[in-house]
Design a protein around this ligand. Sequence first.
Ligand code: ABU
Length: 500
Amino acid sequence: MSRYLKIKKYNISHSHLINSRRPFLNTKISFCDVKVKNNKDMIEKELETFIEITKSLLNDEVVNPVSEVIPADTLNTYFDLSLGDKGIPDNQFNELLKDVVLKTPKTSSKLFFNQLFGGRQPKAILGELLAVMLNNSMYTYKVAGPQVGIEKEIIRKSCELISYGDNYGGTFAAGGSMSNLMALLMARDRADRSVIAGGVVQKMTAYTSADSHYSVPKNAVFAGVGRDQVRFIPTDKKGLLIVGELETAIKKDIKNGLKPFFINATAGTTVLGAFDSINPIADLAQKYDLWLHVDGAYCGSVLFSQKHKHLIDGVNRADSFNYNAHKMLGVPLSCSVLLVKDRAHLSDSFAKDAAYLYQTDEDEFNLGKTSLQCGRRNDALKLWTLWKSVGLEGLEAIVDHQFDLADMARDYINANPDYTLYSYEDSISVCFNYKGIDAEELCTRLYERNKLLVGFGSFHGEKFVRFVTINANNRKQDILHFFKQLEKEAEMMVGSGVLA
Ligand code: ABU
């Protein structure tokens, strides 16, 4: 196709192109120039497609809050997901895309309780969409500009809320597991500076509760510490790490010539949503000179609530702390904030010069010097747009509402003798069984029959339904609706004799 035809197709006059390129008179106009000029129109068109599909999704969520389950082995019979040498026309493409979107599990609907996130905060979505359009990488001020200021302000204000003092620092990681990894690496390097150049030589030991997140042993492998050097400390009946057992384990390792270096406390355990008592753990960290990290990925956002902040009392004594705004705050995935009491540890473990990258500005503004990744997406803007628009009071209301919903759920359970409750107050995980029905069978049936999505968990040998009230868009009637749906299915199981 000639250049002339291409230009005509995109409705741009030849003379316009020539005029717009006057300063570069000797440069030839290529097909590329035309495409680049037209990119703006193309983006605008796709944004219209985006709005159209999004509206369909929002409408569909109301009438079909649970997408039809597609058995994994039949996926290819539902859609043509194959990639070929040739593209497909836009009308077919849009139809296919909409179909895939509408059949994808609806994690923001009122009937999604399966994981530790849910709902949507509109102002956070606005920030996320703009971050996509801006497409900055957060490593340097040169390419991220004001977005660096936005990330730094979130870190500053979060650290202020947990009284971290003047040397505070922080970063955003790709998720809670990565925040925990960064904490573990800083702890390792603090305990033995020679590791940075020479690698791990001496056997080092880490401590975490038996009910903490699985990323702790997983990260121990990446850190060169090794999974077998993680001590899983038993928990009490409420799921809290037993501090006496922790000290016994530390002493035993010291006696055996090992080098304890890291304690992980949890603010919101994955199953029960329990909060370890930070102060007595911090006493031990201080006594044995160990790094204390508080993994608040699930419920660390209580830092925004006057009413519930007491659950992380003592967090100011921890060397590091993280919270996932994509969990309690309803910010789109992922948004994990890692805070450190002394920012020097971040640069000690993560700073590395790269002449081709760091060419302007101070290290303080070149955030790649304190992050795990090199290229790093902008996860800060979506939290900032939410926080800026609703203020601290708004974030507090989001957090408090989830605890109110959990109280309602527990009241419902406690008032009904067919239920057994396994979790405790001060938690947004409500764990229960109904009429002694196997939780796995019940949750799987609810999923396979497109009724609702909820998961099961276990603690101290008991298996149960784990219902999380993390979707702050839900109201009391949504919680009651959950129980009614579950009871209806459970009664059908009892009636049809499908129970094992
Ligand atoms: N860190 C994500 C935990 C997932 C879950 O238990 O639902």
